[in-house]
Ligand binder design. Structure first.
Ligand code: GLY
Length: 287
């Protein structure tokens, strides 16, 4: 059974692409990386807080976070505060596959990417007209932006491999070096081949305090459906923070049967496909 899912409506082309690649017999990690790169590297989708054309930090530099986790135990790679690279998730994958480490940040991550043959661009070519204008407005009016879209994808291939990946330019106009939930294992993503995978989106400074993706995977391990697992995770956080302190969080989970569930604290569209269905479906999770 192959299946694919993605956070937000803008993940639709990525889920479509994973659908095509998975049906051709592609491996989960390859399909996910290819689909992710299309969006990361497209300056038009930067306004969704991803990759090229994403929002820069306080100093005007786009610094991206990305991570990948396979269902096999210990298969994880991440980068954070990475600048000048149009496809951060591909670098995260190289960290997983080519180093004894799991997580590289900042200049070290950039130097590693260069060693691996990635082209490191200057910041100007990573910025789009839209992100330059947004930064100008921030400088002139001090107008901050609460935008945490983030692209999270899950792919389950016909061989029973599951992979989850996430990529973001992080909180707009963040402090240089700020890292969100997205590349943190258990926070922005988690995968376990015995149960499935989960991916989160929203306010990463808060999300990382609750490890929602590990929690969702654990609940699925205990027998909950992906939908019940996600709902339980969000309810648990809500109960602990209280309604007034609840933050933006959207989470989707997929089990090894390709079933998907979601929950959120805000209206949260997400896209899914599973083998046997003709097309990708966009669903809406109400809080
Ligand atoms: N969830 C993305 C971020 O806050 O960086």
């Amino acid at each position: 059974m192959a299946a694919a899912a993605g956070t937000w409506a803008f993940s639709r082309p990525a889920v479509e692409r994973m659908r095509r690649l998975l049906l051709e017999g592609g491996l989960a990690t390859d399909c996910l990386q290819e689909a992710m790169a299309d969006i990361e590297n497209d300056e038009k989708t930067g306004r969704f807080v991803v990759g090229r054309g994403g929002y820069p930090n306080k100093q005007g530099i786009i610094q991206c976070d990305a991570a990948i986790m396979e269902g096999q135990p210990g298969r994880f790679g991440a980068v954070a505060a990475l600048h000048g690279i149009g496809t951060p998730l591909a670098v995260a994958r190289k960290v997983m596959e080519e180093t004894p480490h799991s997580f590289l940040v900042g200049d070290g991550a950039v130097a590693f990417a260069k060693d691996q043959g990635f082209t490191v661009e200057d910041n100007r070519s990573m910025m789009s007209e839209q992100s330059t204008e947004a930064y100008q407005e921030y400088l002139e009016k001090g107008k901050s932006l609460k935008k945490h879209d983030t692209l999270g994808l899950i792919a389950l291939d016909t061989f029973g491999n599951i992979t989850v990946g996430v990529s973001t330019s992080g909180a707009p106009f963040k402090y240089p070096g700020r890292v969100g939930d997205s590349p943190m294992p258990g926070c922005g993503l988690y995968a376990d081949k015995e149960v499935g995978a989960a991916v989160a989106t929203g306010d990463g400074d808060k999300i990382m305090c609750f490890c929602p993706c590990f929690h969702a995977a654990l609940l699925m391990k205990q027998g909950l459906s992906p939908m019940d697992a996600c709902q339980t995770v969000v309810q648990d956080i809500l109960q602990r923070t209280g309604k007034e302190n609840m933050f933006e969080l959207g989470i989707i989970a997929m089990n090894m049967k390709g079933e998907v569930g979601a929950a959120s604290s805000m209206p949260f569209p997400y896209c899914i496909w599973s083998q046997g269905k003709d097309s990708v479906e966009q669903l809406m999770q109400q809080c």
